[in-house]
Design a protein around this ligand. Structure first.
Ligand SMILES: *[C@@H]1O[C@H](CO)[C@@H](O)[C@H](O)[C@H]1NC(C)=O
Ligand SMILES: *[C@@H]1O[C@H](CO)[C@@H](O)[C@H](O)[C@H]1NC(C)=O
Ligand SMILES: *[C@@H]1O[C@H](CO)[C@@H](O)[C@H](O)[C@H]1NC(C)=O
Length: 500
């Protein structure tokens, strides 16, 4: 009897163990099922059509990013719609209720309401453009990703609710918002950069003479990333002679209607003292006036907005500037490695041109005295406000540059005009950069200029060696020019290559 009792107890115990095991298996398979469901949801969110995304965006706007809603900005609203009001005389259009002239208007900076990051239910914050939205591809990558992670990491990740986004080619980081040109740059602590809740505003300042092909290329390259373009034009050439306000004419005649709502026009109506004798004074003064006049006419500037100053022939690649706009944790001042070319993109020169071009508005005013010319010089550490500003930021200021000597983050295209444009640049060049080729009549001859374009030669008689280039190569030229190949063929192919 004792034996059979024991046997029964043992059988019951075995049943218990069996039931426990069964329960355990149930729990484990449920967890697996849950995980799969979770991934499917993530995939669905990522691959959802735009209407779905729209509702998601609203959700993000309201909950995640917590944007201020429905603020009333009368001036800004007018700005926003000003491109709809087609009018011949710009001075009569209304972006500014006080009816000021276009070179006296102000521009109200406002947070960009675009949604750049998608906040998925699974806890991932993915940069929309850099994330692979196609279900099959992301599924594959997710699986791959899960396989790569050890069980221990998995547990940690589950705790922290970190779900990585499947990045498209050319994008990196847990949120897929770091473009290759930043990923391969010398930015220190790359893993410490984080997406911002509200994007920075980007201010791009340039002086314009007659670089209109490159100006269209700039506006198309940066139009959706830059919040305002400060564009300065003078009725004096850098040499001190009178010039027509060609840019203003084109704003008025509708040539720039596609971007007019983002342009703040700056008019330099005088020539700096001593500029005729020493052209370098003009060179500096153009940047000083551009920055001081332009920045003083912005309303709502924030300390962490980005100030980006370029020459008209320097075009930063969009993705690098977008990174500055969307991320925290980068260092300043910021340089840009640009592909160098002469007369057109076909004469590519070796190496890159790295120009310090960007910093925050805070650094512009606290270190560079609100003057863009100081930013472009490399001696920021000798500026009087440097240490104090560095101290206030709580970290070491150090320059870095978007791109690298082998990753172009923009284009520098010198003397990129048709022959007439080169002629015009020769005669209007400042009086200080000697020899001043415009002073030599034989160098101004159209036949001579065409020969230079044909051979890639320089005015001093030298003919440097150029590495081969091909319009199909990566970063050959700004996308807008390539997309309008026929119109801009003179910049993309040597126009005289076949001539003897
Ligand atoms: C430029 O414009 C200013 C203001 O209208 C005028 O006083 C000046 O004479 C102009 N300069 C030239 C060279 O046209
Ligand atoms: C506007 O003016 C520019 C230069 O003055 C000219 O080349 C262009 O054809 C004009 N465009 C229109 C639409 O009138
Ligand atoms: C740096 O900032 C701290 C306070 O944040 C201040 O006590 C110190 O004097 C500052 N140093 C310099 C060199 O400005």
């Amino acid at each position: 009897m004792g034996r059979s009792y024991l046997a029964v107890r043992m059988r019951i115990r075995r049943h218990k163990v069996f039931l426990l095991c069964l329960l355990g298996i149930c729990v484990i398979s449920f967890l697996h099922y849950y995980k799969a469901l979770h991934n499917i949801l993530l995939l669905q969110e990522l691959s959802a059509p735009s209407t779905h995304l729209k509702s998601l965006k609203i959700l993000i706007n309201d909950i995640f990013w917590n944007f201020p809603t429905a603020d009333f900005h009368p001036q800004q609203d007018l700005h926003k719609h000003s491109h709809l009001k087609v009018s011949v005389d710009l001075d009569v259009i209304l972006p500014d209720p006080s009816d000021r002239k276009i070179h006296e208007r102000t521009f109200v900076l406002r947070d960009d309401p675009s949604v750049f990051f998608i906040h998925t239910k699974s806890g991932a914050v993915c940069f929309g453009e850099g994330t692979d939205m196609t279900a099959s591809a992301s599924h594959r990558r997710l699986l791959q990703h899960h396989r790569e992670i050890s069980p221990k990491d998995k547990a940690i990740n589950a705790d922290k609710k970190v779900v990585q986004c499947p990045c498209r080619q050319g994008w990196h980081g847990p949120h897929c918002g770091i473009p290759t040109i930043v990923y391969h740059s010398n930015l220190p602590f790359k893993s410490k950069v984080t997406p911002r809740k509200v994007p920075r505003r980007v201010i791009n300042a340039i002086n314009i003479n007659h670089e209109f092909d490159l100006l269209h290329a700039r506006f198309h390259e940066l139009g959706d990333v830059v919040d305002v373009f400060l564009v300065c034009e003078s009725n004096f050439t850098a040499y001190g002679e009178s010039r027509a306000l060609l840019f203003r004419e084109q704003i008025v005649n509708g040539t720039f209607d596609y971007i007019k709502h983002k342009i703040l026009y700056i008019f330099l109506d005088h020539f700096p003292d001593g500029g005729r004798a020493d052209g370098w004074i003009v060179d500096d003064y153009l940047r000083t006036y551009l920055t001081k006049n332009g920045m003083s006419r912005l309303e709502g500037l924030k300390a962490d907005d980005v100030f980006l100053i370029n020459d008209a022939d320097e075009i930063p690649a969009r993705d690098g500037i977008l990174f500055l706009k969307l991320y925290d944790g980068w260092r300043e001042p910021v340089g840009i490695h640009m592909r160098k070319s002469l007369y057109g993109f076909y004469w590519r020169q070796f190496g890159t041109l790295n120009v310090l071009s960007a910093c925050t508005a805070a650094m512009l005013f606290k270190v560079y005295k609100g003057d863009g010319i100081y930013l472009r010089r490399r001696s920021y550490y000798s500026m009087s406000g440097f240490r104090e500003y560095e101290n206030s930021t709580g970290r070491i200021l150090m320059p870095w540059a978007i791109g690298s000597p082998v990753h172009y983050a923009g284009w520098h295209c010198s003397w990129c005009f048709k022959p007439e444009g080169i002629y015009y640049k020769l005669i209007s060049a400042q009086n200080g950069d000697f020899p001043r080729w415009g002073d030599y009549s034989e160098k101004r001859k159209m036949s001579y200029i065409k020969k230079l374009i044909q051979t890639g030669g320089w005015f001093d008689g030298s003919a440097p060696k150029y590495p081969p280039s091909n319009p199909k190569e990566h970063m050959y030229a700004p996308k807008f020019l390539l997309d309008n190949y026929e119109k801009y063929r003179h910049l993309l192919e040597n126009p005289y290559a076949t001539e003897k």
